[in-house]
Design a protein around this ligand. Structure first.
Ligand SMILES: Nc1ncnc2c1ncn2[C@@H]1O[C@H](COP(=O)(O)OP(=O)(O)OP(=O)(O)O)[C@@H](O)[C@H]1O
Length: 264
């Protein structure tokens, strides 16, 4: 359902700062795949997401989503089918608008539903039910401004917003990295539940090597803009954190000595 072939992105071409961020990158995902992505600082993980989401355009290669060539499609058009979460829980939301209004905006994405006429009662009831299902008591705070929620609450609502219209693809860019460990765990559990319920094809960048093996059905490792490891099936099931670090050392000839890299 996602076919990436020969993707290339160079920043600052022809300048002293020239940097090949994505180098001949190819990847093919099946519908319902949940891929975790790991790699050191500057490996190209976020750039890959920016190219898939249309924030940047590539210098070469192709991206097909459900058979449609989206390589140069405008970002706002792709956003109708691609949900995205960032490390910053406020990114992609309107902090001065209420939860209900944020959800209504997300629900209206890609449809002809208007926002100016207010929020229909049955939509508000549906938002309330979805918030209740998060188990965070947010169903009683529909009129609260988004900016007043805690980081974990906001990220849970952002997750709901990204999936309220089931996307073809969900991109999670370290979406729990800014949360305390127990809140991060809760948001990860919610993520798994929502992704599983709707069978959403998902890509998740993480610095937690343990999570990268525990969540999803496939793990890819990037280094210097290239895919250096693609783990699935039995090979992935038998992989451990120490073994994965060893593989990284062998393949990249460097240590994963990233300060943010969590090893368990
Ligand atoms: N807008 C930009 N302009 C110039 N260089 C950029 C830009 N965005 C990314 N880069 C460079 O491209 C390379 C890949 O960066 P990217 O942010 O994709 O890596 P990453 O794997 O997400 O790293 P991290 O884990 O540190 O967030 C880096 O060398 C980075 O400095």
């Amino acid at each position: 359902m996602l076919e990436i072939s020969g993707l290339q992105k160079v920043f600052g071409r022809g300048t002293v700062n020239e940097r090949v961020a994505i180098k001949d990158f190819s990847l093919s995902l099946q519908k319902g795949d949940f891929v975790t992505i790991i790699g050191g600082n500057g490996a190209g993980k976020s750039t890959l997401f920016n190219l898939i989401a249309g924030t940047y355009l590539p210098d070469g290669g192709k991206i097909l989503l459900d058979g449609e060539d989206i390589t140069f499609q405008r970002e706002y058009l792709r956003a109708q089918h691609i949900g995205r979460l960032f490390q910053d829980p406020l990114k992609g939301t309107a902090p001065s608008m209420t939860l209900e209004e944020n959800l209504a905006l997300a629900y209206g994405r890609g449809t002809k539903r208007g926002f100016s006429i207010g929020i229909p009662k049955r939509d508000a009831e549906m938002f309330c039910e979805k918030l209740r299902a998060l188990g965070l008591g947010l169903e009683d705070r529909m009129k609260t401004r988004m900016g007043l929620l805690s980081g974990g609450q906001r990220q849970a609502v952002t997750l709901l917003m990204a999936t309220i219209v089931t996307p073809k693809l969900l991109l999670l860019d370290e979406h729990t990295a800014a949360l305390d460990p127990s809140t991060a765990q809760k948001v990860l559990e919610l993520t798994q539940r929502i992704v599983r319920e709707h069978g959403i094809t998902t890509m998740m960048i993480t610095h937690n090597i343990g999570s990268s093996l525990e969540l999803g059905n496939r793990t890819i490792m990037m280094d210097e803009g290239s895919l250096i490891l693609d783990l699935k099936g039995e090979e992935r099931a038998n992989m451990t954190v120490p073994k994965l670090l060893e593989v990284f050392r062998e393949k990249s000839r460097k240590e994963l000595d990233n300060d943010r890299m969590l090893l368990s």
